[in-house]
Design a protein around this ligand. Structure first.
Ligand code: MG
Length: 159
């Protein structure tokens, strides 16, 4: 009998000018980026938490503490690859993932396909199992005021 599980993840990072902006492993053309201990890829962080949550393996902060020099400026794709390895060690395979990015600017639509392919490659699944969606918040709240980026992710896993 197969065991199907789902998990959800959520993350927020503050936006400041002059920093690189990474989302779903892709560098976004922008004059500003995310304040973080790692590369600030808020979408990958939400995805890692969704995958870890599905397997009840805790959260990204527990596995990759943000006070550790090991993770200073780290490429979040490395963290995602490690999370996938943890799931594989528990016997899980990824069913599908779905990521939603809330960001006022710049527009993410031109990057969506690249993002899906990047995440799929890192996770070792086909891109048809990876959904990435983006929205603004109609200039409302901290996202709408350009102060931060908010991401949600859902993942299904099976063993
Ligand atoms: Mg984060």
């Amino acid at each position: 009998m197969k065991e199907f599980r789902t998990g959800q993840g959520y993350d927020v990072h503050r936006i400041e000018s002059g920093l690189p902006m990474w989302l779903c492993g892709i560098k976004i053309e922008s004059g500003c980026g995310f304040v973080a201990h790692s590369d600030g890829d808020v979408a990958i962080h939400a995805l890692c938490d969704a995958l870890l949550g599905a397997a009840a393996l805790g959260d990204i902060g527990r596995h990759f503490p943000d006070n550790s020099d090991e993770y200073l400026g780290i490429d979040s794709k490395i963290l995602l690859a490690r999370v996938v390895k943890m799931l594989e060690a528990e016997g899980y395979a990824i069913g599908n993932v779905d990521v939603t990015i809330a960001l006022q600017a710049p527009k993410i639509a031109p990057y969506i396909q690249q993002m899906r392919e990047c995440l799929a490659t890192v996770m070792g699944v086909s891109a048809d199992r990876v959904s990435v969606k983006a929205t603004t918040t109609e200039r409302l709240g901290f996202v709408g005021h350009g102060e931060g980026c908010e991401c949600w992710a859902i993942a299904s896993i099976v063993k």
